[in-house]
Design a binder for this molecule. Structure first.
Ligand code: 13P
Length: 259
């Protein structure tokens, strides 16, 4: 049985007061949904880097079984890289994972495939799990290129890794046209792409394909999450906007946990 994972990407939102209020409310919702009952469910909160220590402290204080991850990581180990945050720094602040190749980083900050590979390697070297984001733009989908784009984004990373290195790797399919737009892929569209992605992984290792967690992201909310989670190759969600509301995020975790 693959684990189920729900990750809340706050993107560039929140501050210290928000973090405190958020964790307090999330703890209340966590208890009311009895999220502890879902032993196969892992929940990640992914705040902006500067908020990570504060969020982690609030999680520790409220005895929540929630993990913290980074939104990004440097593709270098250490040194003269002003403004960057290394995998060992994330590790030092108890992060267990980080997003890599999010479409916003690819589109706005020049994260190329080669940079994505460097970031994945830095995380793996520190024992952190890369959550590798994949997804096509609307234009690419309309031109019938969705599968080709996603395959290329995935294979370029898989080709650089040994199967044994992939144990900590997870994937997130986030069609760019569904991010922050209120448009979700239908459960069938999402399932078809997840199955396709799992098949690409199977071409490398059938065992790895069985084990690898593939999240769906793009306008996931408490109203559409259930039908997505019912799809056999969707193992959870990477949630943006809806993760900023702790009660809604907890409901999505509940829907995933019971699926
Ligand atoms: P939204 O849920 O706001 O569409 O964002 C998805 C996303 O990009 C998560 O990483």
């Amino acid at each position: 049985m693959r684990p189920k994972v729900v990750a809340g990407n706050w993107k560039m939102n929140g501050d210290q007061a928000f973090s405190r209020d958020y964790i307090k409310s999330f703890k209340a919702s966590w208890d009311s949904y009895s999220l502890k009952q879902y032993s196969g469910l892992s929940v990640f909160i992914i705040p902006p880097a500067i908020l990570i220590p504060g969020v982690q402290a609030c999680i520790d204080d409220s005895d929540l079984d929630v993990l913290v991850a980074g939104q990004n990581v440097a593709g270098y180990e250490s040194g003269a890289y002003t403004g960057e945050i290394s995998a060992s720094m994330l590790h030092d602040f108890s992060c267990k994972a980080a997003l890599v190749g999010h479409s916003e980083r690819r589109a706005l900050f020049g994260d190329t495939d080669n940079i994505v590979i460097d970031k994945v390697k830095q995380l793996l070297a520190r024992g952190l799990g890369p959550i590798l984001c994949l997804g096509e733009s609307l234009e690419e989908r309309e031109q019938g290129l969705a599968e080709r784009v996603v395959k290329a984004q995935l294979e370029v990373v898989l080709d650089t890794l040994e199967v044994s290195e992939c144990a900590l790797l997870s994937l997130a399919y986030e069609p760019v046209w569904a991010i922050g737009t209120g448009k979700t892929a239908t459960p069938e569209e999402a399932q078809a792409m997840h199955e396709f992605i799992r098949q690409i992984v199977a071409d490398k290792s059938v065992e790895l394909a069985e084990e690898i967690v593939i999240l769906y992201g793009g306008s996931v909310n408490s109203a559409n999450a259930d039908s997505l989670f019912r799809q056999k190759d969707i193992d959870g969600a990477l949630v943006g906007g809806a993760s900023l509301k702790p009660d809604e995020f907890a409901e999505i975790c509940h829907l995933c946990g019971r699926s």
